[in-house]
Design a protein around this ligand. Structure first.
Ligand SMILES: Cc1ncc(COP(=O)(O)O)c(C=O)c1O
Length: 253
């Protein structure tokens, strides 16, 4: 998005955010069906690989089509939110599915011995990761009824190994809701990372970043796609260093 021409309305952001004028004047970003990108000269390739120059290298790391979707969804999830008087910034990373997104989030933030506190009503695939995949990696999920804040207070008080609060609200398929603001405040007081699956609400109805959530995940397969034509997911975060490098400064334990 051209920052000299700010988009003030939600509808304008939904349509225009993330869009860069196509060199051939296509009105929508074309689908760049290219695994790899070519360089003008070998030295340019070296500059790109070493991070001295911005530019596309390999589509798993970035592709102009993905970039537009990532920037658009980040703009919607941060629309109208201010932090310390400045517009909140987030970075999005598209994934092949919602489950790929959730797996990336958990594997990049938790390590053996860590615990994760979550609500008992989650999307089946996420519940399976929590109860079957994480334990095999030495990570334990504490599954509680987080509609009652006292359950979260008790769990956190009892267990210093809890590193993350993970919620999905409204949950699929029960539509159960938990209080993002209250839980996030508690999590922050106790130094926990916080993540919210915002698939069902979409940023149109709910913006978890407003309540200080660190990470948002979506199965873009659902409402964000809207047409039922493609499986996808996105991970969004406001710690821009982490989103670029995968390294969490706070995680020194
Ligand atoms: C809330 C929620 N999160 C995650 C997922 C998983 O997403 P995907 O099917 O794109 O892997 C789903 C899928 O139904 C979902 O409803």
């Amino acid at each position: 998005m051209d920052k000299s021409f700010p988009l003030s309305g939600w509808g304008s952001v939904a349509v225009h955010a993330g869009h860069k004028q196509d060199p051939n004047y296509a009105h929508l970003v074309p689908i760049y069906a290219s695994s790899t990108f070519v360089f003008d000269e070998a030295e340019q390739g070296m500059r790109r690989f070493s991070g001295q120059e911005e530019g596309y290298i390999y589509s798993r790391w970035g592709n102009p089509t993905f970039t537009e979707a990532e920037n658009k969804i980040a703009a919607l999830e941060t629309f109208g939110i201010k932090k310390n008087g400045l517009a909140l910034e987030a970075k999005g990373i598209l994934h092949a599915s919602g489950m790929a997104t959730i797996t990336t989030l958990l594997l990049s933030t938790l390590k053996p011995g860590d615990k994760i506190l979550t609500h008992y009503s989650l999307y089946g695939g996420t519940e399976e990761i929590m109860s079957k995949v994480l334990p095999s990696l030495g990570i334990t999920a504490i599954i509680a009824d987080l509609r009652n804040i006292n359950n979260a207070v008790d769990a956190i008080k009892k267990d210093k190994a809890i590193k993350m609060l993970y919620i999905e609200t409204p949950a699929n398929p029960t539509i159960q809701c938990v209080d993002i603001e209250q839980l996030c405040e508690l999590a922050k007081q106790n130094g926990l990372l916080t993540a919210c699956d915002n698939t069902f609400a979409t940023p149109y109805l709910q913006q978890p970043f407003q309540f200080g959530v660190d990470f948002i995940v979506h199965s873009t397969t659902k409402f964000l796609n809207g047409h039922g034509t493609a499986i996808g997911g996105i991970l969004l975060g406001t710690d821009l260093d982490f989103m670029k490098t995968g390294y969490l400064k706070w995680q020194k334990h």
